[in-house]
Design a protein around this ligand. Structure first.
Ligand SMILES: O=c1ccn([C@H]2C[C@H](O)[C@@H](CO)O2)c(=O)[nH]1
Ligand SMILES: [Zn+2]
Length: 133
């Protein structure tokens, strides 16, 4: 694994310590590598009004875009269990806005076991702006 990928895993794991998950107790950490060369992290942020919860992946992507990044080339998603992470449908759709078909998705667990996918593998038939041409 190249240095940046190792860093991405470390940033996601470190961020997960800040997950705010008092209701589900399911902690998630994400880290995205952007074309500006920077890494942005995110965690799940729950709410007493459960539906207002924001997932870790979207937190990381929204932070990146807020700082001016426009493209995510790699994302690591980890969680506090031994199961590999599986981004929800909403997160996959948000990822599709800022990732291309062959960009890389690492789905990890708390001990950094992982599987590597391309974005198109985790969201085939993605709806995009091209569908509105
Ligand atoms: O893609 C996902 C799916 C779920 N969660 C969080 C939201 C909630 O806090 C907890 C349980 O659903 O996991 C994420 O962060 N990312
Ligand atoms: Zn999600």
């Amino acid at each position: 694994m190249e240095i940046t990928e190792k860093q991405l895993f470390d940033v996601a794991s470190q961020a997960m310590e800040n997950a705010y998950a008092p209701y589900s107790h399911y902690t998630v950490g994400a880290a995205v590598l952007c074309d500006d060369g920077k890494i942005y992290s995110g965690v799940n942020v729950e709410n007493a009004s459960y539906g207002l919860t924001n997932c870790a992946e979207r937190t990381a992507i929204f932070k990146a875009v807020s700082e001016g990044a426009k493209h995510v080339s790699k994302i690591v998603i980890t969680n506090g269990t031994q199961e590999l992470s599986k981004p929800c449908g909403a997160c996959r759709q948000v990822m599709s806005e800022f990732m291309d078909s062959d960009d890389i998705v690492f789905l990890a667990n708390k001990t950094n076991d992982f599987k590597e996918y391309t974005f198109k593998e985790i969201l085939p038939l993605a709806f995009s702006d091209k569908d509105m041409d």
